[in-house]
Structures are given as C-alpha cells and as structure tokens.
Design a protein around this ligand. Structure first.
Ligand code: ADP
Length: 428
C-alpha cells in the first residue's frame, strides 16, 4: 500500500498531463484542418466565379451555343472581361459564390491582363497586400484574344475560426477541469484515509499502553497480596489494595474517555443545564489537582475576577472541560508547571475562562489541529506523555453545545493559553 499510493498518484498525474497534451494537439489539428478547409472553399469559390463569369459572358453576347466544344471554341476566340463587365458585376458574382461556400469575410479583387496591367479592381485592392491574393486564370486555355487573371484577397478572420470552435475549446477546458478537480479530490481523500489509518494505529498503540500499565500494576499487586509474607501484614494489604483501587480508577477514567468520545461521535450530548457558579467548579477541580501540581513543584494560581461567575451550563461537562485543560497544562509542561486560571466577564453576557501554562507550547500546525479528534502533536519529547488525542475534541464539542467558543494561543517552548468563552445564559 505504501508504495502503490505514490505510484498511483504519479501514474494518474502522467495520464492527466498526457490527456491534456493530446487534447491540445487535437484542438491545434482541428484548427489547422479548419484553415485548410477555408482555403479549399476559397479555391472553389474562385473556380465557380470563373465559370459564372464565362457563362455570363456568353449570355451577355447573346449567343446560342449548342455544345461544350463549340462553347470552348467561342470563348477561346472572344472572351475578355475588359470592356464586357463592370466592376460591380464581377463583385456581385464573387460575392454570390463566396456566400454559396459559406464565406462571409470581406474580400477585394482585381483582374489583370497578360501584361499584368489592371483592368478592373475593387476599391481596396492592393497587389502588395500582406494577405497574398489567390489567383485564377479567367481566360480559357489557348485563348486568342486575352489572358486575364482574377486575383482575390480574403481577409481571413483567424478569430472567426476560433469562435466557430469555441464550444469545443470550452467543453475541453470544462471536462479537463472536472478531471483535474476529481483527481485532486481523490488524492486528498486518499491522503486523509492514510492519515486516518495512521491516527487509528496510533490510537490503538496509545490505548494498549494506557490499559497495559495499570493492568501490569494490578497483576503485580495481586501477586504481592498472595505472597505469604504479605498476607498477614494488614498495612501492606491496605497499601496493595489501595494501589489496585487507584489503578482500577485510572483504567476506568481511560475507558470513560473513550466511551465519551464514542458518545460524541453519535452526537449524543445531552446537557443537564443548571445555574452554576463557575468559580465554585474551578475551585473544586483545582483542589483535586493541587496535589499533583505540588508533587511536580509547580504552582496553580486562580485569578477569578469575573463579577458574575454564574452560568447556565451542565455541571459535569463543565467540570470535565476545566479538568481536561488543567490536566493538559500539567501534562505538557517541561519541569515545574506554573498554571494560571483567569475568569472575566466580557461584553454581551459572556464569561471567559483562560487556562495559561508555561509548558512546551505548540507550533502553528498543532494549534490549528488540536481540537481534531485523535490529533496529537508528533514532537519527539511528547512521546513520554500518553494520551488518546480525545481531550480537546471533547472540550470543543462541549463548548459548542453550550454555544460558546474556544481558542488557543501558544508559543513553542514558552507555553499555551486556552480561552473558553461561555454565554452566561443559555438560550434554547
Ligand atoms: P491528549 O492530551 O490525550 O493527547 P488532547 O486532545 O487533550 O489529547 O490534546 C491534543 C494534543 O494537543 C496533545 O497531544 C498535545 O500535543 C497538544 N496539547 C494540548 N494541550 C496542550 C498544552 N497545554 N500545551 C502544549 N500542547 C498541548
């Protein structure tokens, strides 16, 4: 799979580029064919004009000629434009023939004699035009009286051909864009799938580790409890049983976290909304954590400055989110964590709760992704801190359910500040 994926991407990219190339050369070919067709139509118009001029000459002379042979003979002896046709008559004939061949572009013409002297010409005709004129010998072969040549210049409108093919060009652009977009979406989906499978295996590794450690401790404690020396020592029994209880609690907490995430997945957040004193909740959670903070020789300072700390919210969920933020502040600190919790009433009836730490901080990419489920920063020094990457996605889901907002500001190596903004009154 690891090798097939880039191979597929390269192959599809090559195919798309190939298709683009083929399409461009098709369009170019089509343009060339159109131009050739146009030139053929001009040639046909010239030939037809010549026939018409010869025919008109005979009619003008008022001759009745019974067959083709005598017609040729008559024309060889008598045909000449000079003095027989006006400029307008020739112009009309050419125009008619061009129209019959679907040519609507403006044209200029000129008729010269054997010495290249101009006999008739349209107003704008110049022999030394940048559009080389096409010419046709008007007089029949072996003509005795004259050798006249018709020159015709057509102002070929290059854009007209492109305009004619516009639908084809637009359709190719549209279809190619669709193919490229579909390809981009497919590649992105593949990348996402790959990332998801990596995240899943990370999660399984973390979960195994998180559950294995307490299981191992419990197993050791049970072994100790069955030891002859311990079995009669009530103090030791107490120590080992409380150890089992602690580990059991830890495991329960982990399982609860996973279940919580699964519940969120099914969008089952049911809020038990009450009027709560947020300061009371913060104090309670902080009290529970104080021991752990002190163990790490850290400090936990509360600056609860909100004048109205009362909010309408779910007590359990709000306690959990404060706990998760404080827990992270402690987990992601280098040595002694110095954590501060601030509260403040902001305008429009909102309460802001800030949790600030002096921990390892996060880069911009991590900051933009911390609220994604299962996301964990892949920094080397983080690997000793285990977690499922579920805590902050839970915090965000709960804050959202309370119509609140959460944001993070952080500097790598300096610390992070998470700000939760909750409405004091929850509108249904
Ligand atoms: P977990 O802590 O279980 O990994 P979270 O959802 O709580 O999951 O956090 C997601 C990630 O965000 C963490 O793995 C960590 O990389 C980063 N993170 C969260 N809080 C902090 C913090 N206070 N300081 C630095 N990084 C943090």
């Amino acid at each position: 799979m690891k090798r097939i994926f880039p191979l597929i991407v390269v192959l599809i990219t090559l195919s798309v580029v190939g298709i683009l190339f083929i399409q461009m050369s098709w369009i170019q070919n089509a343009l060339k064919l159109k131009r050739e067709e146009f030139q053929r139509e001009v040639d046909n118009s010239l030939k037809q004009s010549r026939e018409e001029i010869l025919g008109t000459f005979i009619i003008k002379e008022g001759k009745f000629i019974p067959n083709e042979q005598s017609k040729q003979f008559y024309l060889q002896n008598n045909f000449k434009v000079d003095g027989s046709f006006t400029k307008e008559e020739i112009q009309d004939i050419i125009e008619k023939k061009l129209k019959q061949n679907n040519i609507k572009q403006p044209f200029e013409f000129c008729i010269t004699n054997i010495y290249k002297f101009v006999i008739l010409q349209s107003d704008g005709f110049q022999l030394a035009n940048e559009h080389t004129p096409k010419s046709i010998e008007l007089s029949p072969d072996n003509a005795l009286r004259s050798h006249e040549t018709l020159y015709l210049t057509i102002f070929e409108d290059k854009n007209a051909i492109i305009r004619e093919m516009l639908w084809m060009i637009i359709a190719s652009i549209v279809f190619t864009t669709i193919i490229v977009l579909a390809f981009a979406v497919t590649v992105r989906t593949l990348f996402n799938q790959k990332k998801l499978s990596e995240i899943k295996s990370d999660f399984i590794n973390n979960m195994t580790h998180e559950l294995k450690t307490p299981l191992a401790t419990i197993s050791l404690a049970i072994d100790a409890l069955t030891n002859e020396k311990v079995i009669h020592d009530t103090d030791k029994i107490k120590i080992y049983s409380s150890m089992i209880k602690e580990e059991n609690k830890r495991m329960n907490k982990q399982v609860e976290k996973i279940l919580q995430a699964a519940r969120l997945e099914r969008e089952e957040i049911k809020l038990n909304v009450q009027r709560l004193d947020s300061h009371e909740i913060i104090n309670k959670v902080a009290d529970n954590m104080m021991l752990q903070v002190q163990e790490k020789s850290g400090t936990l300072t509360l600056k609860l400055n909100a004048t109205n700390p009362i909010i309408e919210a779910d007590e359990v969920h709000i306690s959990n989110i404060i706990f998760n933020l404080l827990d992270n502040a402690m987990k992601y600190s280098k040595e002694a964590p110095h954590i501060e919790v601030h509260t403040l009433n902001t305008g429009n009836g909102m309460l802001s709760i800030k949790v600030k730490d002096n921990g390892i901080g996060m880069d911009k990419e991590t900051q933009s992704r911390v609220f994604e489920k299962f996301y964990r920063a892949h920094t080397g020094n983080l690997h000793n801190v285990k977690g499922f990457g579920l805590g902050l996605s839970y915090v965000k889901a709960i804050v959202d359910a309370h119509n609140g907002k959460i944001k993070v500001e952080s500097t790598l190596g300096k610390g992070s500040t998470f700000t939760v903004i909750l409405p004091t009154t929850l509108k249904a």
